[in-house]
Design a protein around this ligand. Structure first.
Ligand code: CO
Length: 213
């Protein structure tokens, strides 16, 4: 594992250097940045320190509204993610909502183990529920590593479904072409994998029970 001791003072030196670099390219960079934001994307990812948002997508400040939590969950009772979603969809009017998981996710791994993890239990319960829904498919995979990868993918898929279950996304889909994307970041190769979430098909499938608008 990659370990290093960070001198926190170095952060401020880095910041000074970064300001100089930005201003050397564009002297109005910070003036323009302060004018406001109109991001196109809401990115919901894992808090894992290795899975950055902007860097892996190759985008700049101002281009993505970001929410990160353990294992990129979209829980209906998590006021934090629901507030971010509402603000991004209704106020910022983003047209793309992304759930990005990653292989090697500690949250997913923990949910696969039979262990009492205290305050993490209710959070990981949501992932265990994903396992239960897809139990037959997962239990058919003999290799534990492959099963783990599959759960990462299925969890992203379920969180995309959770997004489409919200009134906020259902209403937005009526007035504009809002898209929900499920991605997995493979940190072993750096590759971003698109799980090709079919918004229309999911919406059609869940409306009988989750119709809210
Ligand atoms: Co993770």
């Amino acid at each position: 594992m990659w370990v290093f001791k960070m001198d926190i003072k170095q952060i401020f030196k880095n910041n000074e250097k970064w300001i100089k670099e930005k201003l050397a390219v564009d002297e109005n960079y910070f003036k323009d940045l302060s004018k406001g934001q109109s991001p196109e994307i809401l990115y919901i990812g894992c808090s894992d320190s290795r899975v950055t948002a902007e860097e892996l997508m190759g985008i700049k400040p101002g281009e993505a509204f970001v929410h990160r939590n353990i294992a990129n969950m979209v829980s209906s009772v998590d006021l934090n993610v629901q507030t971010v979603l509402n603000y991004a969809v209704n106020q910022l009017e983003v047209n793309h909502v992304v759930v990005c998981g990653h292989y090697g996710c500690g949250g997913i791994k923990a949910a696969m183990e039979s262990k009492d993890l205290g305050i993490l239990n209710p959070w990981l319960r949501n992932i265990r529920d994903v396992y239960r829904i897809h139990k037959a498919e997962l239990n058919e995979i003999e290799c534990e590593e492959e099963r783990y990868k599959k759960l990462v993918e299925l969890n992203v898929q379920e969180q995309c479904i959770n997004l489409i279950k919200t009134a906020c996304v259902q209403q937005a889909s009526k007035s504009r072409d809002i898209k929900v994307h499920g991605w997995v970041f493979d940190m072993g190769t750096g590759k971003l994998i698109d799980l090709q979430i079919n918004f229309e098909e999911i919406l059609k499938g869940i409306m009988e029970i989750y119709h809210l608008d």
